[in-house]
Design a binder for this molecule. Structure first.
Ligand code: BTN
Length: 227
């Protein structure tokens, strides 16, 4: 796949920028939009993603495919682990180190295409509950991190069998969890027992097994394989 990088100093959101470039015929599948800074960075569940200079803010334009949301998180984990940082995943794709969030993934669609938005805290974080790469390594070159993550993402997006690797990196499995925002239902609480072949989280609740497609997952106690 031929990669083309669109570098932007400052934008509202690389997701929005990618959407605009596609609509104008200036970007296509395989292209990446990277910004130094975002003024209206977007997170999951309509939250904002605070995006000062010094972080990695990228949108990768790919074909939509099965498990892409899980694969994107796993790509970031693999890039971090390749540099000795013991990262893991909170289902579906929050990337944690020492129990704190270091990166997030937002997947949106634009027609047939997927916009895979990745935010990685490199040199700082505004949040107490989060962490950043410079705490663990001196390697904080933004473009090197982008290349490594995208390399892993392209490999995984072309791989049919990423689920075993995903499950092995998923810190949620074996945890007591609460799932919020699951359709119109009340939150679900129970033990996360599996990620099924469709990428759904299987939770054993007091009322029996539930399979969850989307929603915010909270870990209710500290993981034994803390990462
Ligand atoms: C999350 O809530 O965890 C997802 C955060 C995703 C942030 C990235 S930064 C690059 C891309 N542009 C955005 O506006 N959001 C994503």
């Amino acid at each position: 796949m031929k990669l083309r990088i669109h570098r932007i100093e400052c934008t509202t959101s690389t997701q929005q920028e990618a959407r605009r470039l596609i609509a104008e015929g200036k970007a296509e599948c395989g292209d990446i939009v990277v910004a130094d800074e975002q003024t209206a960075g977007r997170g999951r569940f309509g939250r904002s993603w605070i995006s000062p200079r010094g972080g990695l803010y990228a949108t990768v334009i790919l074909s939509q495919g099965p498990l892409l949301s899980l694969k994107a998180g796993l790509a970031v984990v693999r890039a971090l682990r390749s540099r000795g940082i013991n990262a893991g995943l909170k289902w579906p794709n929050d990337v944690l180190v020492e129990g704190r969030k270091i990166a997030g993934v937002l997947i949106e669609t634009a027609g047939e295409l997927a916009l895979v938005g990745i935010g990685l805290n490199l040199t700082s974080t505004p949040l107490d509950t989060a962490t950043y790469v410079a705490r663990y390594t001196k390697s904080i070159d933004r473009d090197e991190w982008a290349q490594e993550i995208i390399r892993e993402l392209i490999i995984l997006s072309e791989t049919a069998c990423a689920l075993e690797a995903y499950r092995a990196a998923c810190l949620t499995l074996g945890q007591r969890v609460r799932l919020e925002g699951v359709g119109t239902d009340a939150p679900i609480e129970g033990m996360a027992s599996d990620v099924d072949d469709h990428g759904r989280l299987v939770v054993m609740t007091a009322a029996g097994e539930r399979t969850v497609t989307s929603g915010e997952c909270l870990h209710l106690r500290t993981s034994k394989k803390r990462s």
